[in-house]
Write a protein that binds this ligand. Structure first.
Ligand SMILES: Cc1ncc(COP(=O)(O)O)c(C=O)c1O
Length: 389
């Protein structure tokens, strides 16, 4: 009677969302889940209100309102220099979360493999399992110095590719490490995708959150990749509206046709008035993105210095809004015990590193987010100083 599916048995509840619940329970500052606690831009809130008032309140076209798809195509051409057809190559979904699972359900079969770099954003493992495919993990190696770069071993990557490989998921800028994949790394991945006839799925929801002058490269813009790439993005992080649940997948027409079918039966569509507001968001001026990155650079610098001052070996992120840390210096039993101590006794919620690994790994790592107001970060920093006493 109470049996659950073999698929559901294979993964646990989200640790990140659980840490948010614990932050509330213990009254701790939530540096666990990546949602901003500051307001979204006025222009786009206004656009959402106007859309509701104008009665854009019924189902949108299942694969996305035309204005939003056109805005997505314009923005992709401007920023990534890739021309796409909004009529045949975009599916608007309920966040990039749905775009990812709809894509995997549309392209993968049982017995096939999906390559995922580890540590990874925790949804990808369950996503692959739900699609029936098997995730195959390739290590991102931590830098030797805290200011260095997380790296791929090309031999390990090549070994992961085989005739069963259906797709590779690339998240750049990367959660949880802050790694931004370089052109050389993406070309290496491109060459393997072409050789083994594999689809690249790129999750680029942090594309505008970049530091230290690094450049985000969309793998679809590399020669030979446009026809074998699914580019996933959303409003969530770029416009600070994680609760709106509007994202999209850009893919060649045949793949898009399959993604649209799956999406239709999963959710029918994303919220219509918020899709209308999304079109306004994507039309914001270039300065908006510069200010976004500038604001996050200040927050990153603040939290990085505070974590290092409190005794963490904190890795400098080049993009996204997380700091991965090594906690070895504290002599804790493991990441789970240390995260419990932080939330209950220090007053800061974080995410235990092991939740970004499939098997062993991350037991001496903890992730913090800094997508918070200056006063939230200031309180967290005061609390973290208790670790020194
Ligand atoms: C890498 C990555 N992908 C996807 C998501 C979820 O995005 P969305 O709100 O668009 O579903 C997150 C959220 O933290 C993320 O870090």
């Amino acid at each position: 009677m109470t049996r659950i599916s073999r698929k559901a048995e294979q993964f646990t509840e989200s640790v990140i969302r659980e840490m948010t619940r614990q932050a509330l329970q213990y009254g701790a500052i939530n540096l666990a889940q990546g949602f901003p606690d500051f307001p979204a831009p006025d222009e786009i809130k206004q656009a959402a209100q106007e859309a509701v008032a104008a009665d854009i309140n019924q189902y949108a076209i299942t694969w996305g309102a035309r204005d939003l798809r056109r805005a997505i195509a314009r923005k992709f051409a401007t920023w990534q220099r890739v021309e796409i057809d909004p009529e045949r190559e975009i599916t608007v979904c309920c966040g990039s979360t749905e775009a990812m699972i709809a894509t995997l359900l549309a392209i993968a079969d049982p017995g096939e493999e999906i390559i995922v770099f580890e540590p990874y954003y925790e949804n990808y493992g369950p996503d692959a399992i739900l699609s029936g495919a098997r995730p195959r993990y390739v290590k991102l190696h931590p830098p030797e110095t805290p200011d260095g770069e997380w790296s791929i071993n090309p031999d390990e990557l090549r070994t992961a590719f085989n005739p069963k490989t259906r797709a590779i998921i690339i998240n750049t800028p990367h959660n949880p490490t802050g790694k931004v994949f370089t052109r050389t790394e993406l070309e290496l991945i491109r060459n393997l995708c072409v050789e083994f006839d594999v689809i690249a799925i790129i999750d680029e929801i942090y594309e505008h959150i970049l530091y230290d002058g690094v450049e985000h490269i969309s793998i679809a813009s590399l020669d030979g990749m446009r026809e074998r790439t699914v580019t996933i993005n959303s409003l969530s992080k770029t416009y600070s509206v994680t609760g709106w649940r509007v994202g999209w997948a850009i893919a060649p027409p045949e793949l898009t046709a399959a993604i649209r079918k799956v999406h239709d039966f999963l959710t029918v569509g994303a919220a219509a008035p918020l899709q209308a507001a999304g079109a306004a968001a994507l039309a914001l001026r270039k300065e908006y993105y510069e200010q976004l990155a500038q604001g996050y650079t200040e927050r990153r610098d603040l939290l990085l210095a505070a974590l290092r001052g409190a005794g963490f070996r904190a890795f400098r992120p080049r993009g996204a809004y997380y700091i991965m840390t090594d906690i070895s210096a504290f002599g804790a039993a493991d990441d789970l015990a240390f995260a419990q101590y932080l939330v209950q006794k220090i007053g800061v919620a974080s995410v235990p590193g092991s939740s970004f690994y499939s098997g062993r790994g991350g037991e001496q790592q903890i992730r913090f987010t800094f997508c918070k107001r200056a006063d939230t970060l200031a309180t967290a920093i005061v609390n973290l100083q208790k670790l020194r006493t």
